[in-house]
Design a protein around this ligand. Sequence first.
Ligand SMILES: [Zn+2]
Length: 418
Amino acid sequence: MIRKLLDNANIFTPINRGRPTAGAAMQQLHHFPRGAILIENGTIIEIGERDQILARAGKLAIDEVIDAGGACVIPGFVDPHTHLCFVAPREEEFSQRLAGAAYLDILAQGGGILSSVATVRTCPEEELYQLTRQRALAALALGTTTVEIKSGYGLDTESELKMLRVIARVGRTTPLDVVATFLGAHAVPPEYRDQPDAYIELLTCEMLPLVARENLARQCDIFCEQGVFSIAQGRRLLAAAKALGFAVKIHADEVNDLGGAGLAAELSALSADHLLAAGDPGINALAAQGVVATLLPATAYSLRKPYARAREMIDRGVAVALASDCNPGSSYTESMPFVIGLAVLQMGLSPAEALTAATINGAYALGMADRVGSLTPGKQADFLLLDGKTPAILAFHAGVAPVTAVYKRGEKVSPTSR
Ligand SMILES: [Zn+2]
């Protein structure tokens, strides 16, 4: 048994409520200005004011005291929506977009998502692993201690399984908790250009059962959008996934209000993601069903689109989570502090709401809230030290991550001494 004490900490943490934190409750944090945390074997045993914790710890053998020196301490970020497993960011395409090219023209020239598919299909598994691992470690240094990574640049059975094996290996070989999501329905592959239903059939009858058998993912996702997959196709795939024991989530209402949020509510999905175009009925359905709305402001930022209606969602009682959407095209950032800054300054969240969205609600969006997302007895001791007095510093100190140390299960994992 290794027993540690985090001492002299100005602790802010969302409250563990047994369900996603929705609406006005997103503003409420526990704050221990002179706080401490007792940790055993990487698990939080007690948290509170330091006098009270020290009085109890005094009778115990402590193996290590972590002196926070009065620093602000928050839970590690949970990033519940990323596409970190890719070969290269599409930098030329970014320049073309800046020069005014439309995405459809870029696609017609062989760019866009299908160029990422082409490179992932031919990339050796070892190289794809090294690239993905480097990005996961970059996210860790910026404070992300739990990350979701989707497949979806393979779009054939062999390449999708390769991606999922890479994602699982990153989970085994880095300090992060990595949650894999099967997103074989990210786009219609070129081989199935005019027959998306046949591709849904392949996903349902061949890929999903294989992914389940090899235990490579426990979540299934689909990109429902005009010209990609319809709501009916989404319902078909995700119902099959649920029957195999997968939790489900949806890339919903990003460009057009197709009803993806409503489908997420109908299927009791873990989350509906994007939602830039979601209308009132969809938003109300998410609130009524307690489905997490995972918002991706770095994507709106990079594409120069209007942001999702986060303020209205929270005011209507939705549980909002924040994610980086890190991907090679529309949102190339591993930084949750950057995402929090956008949420606060561009979407009208308070710093407390943004912290709730970036930790506990992200954990619910991954089905991981029993282990991560808040500093609560029984959960992993995943926490960050910040160079600031409150979580507001994350939004205020723009363009940098004011994260001075990252602890995973009570171990300092960044910065590491070399
Ligand atoms: Zn995505």
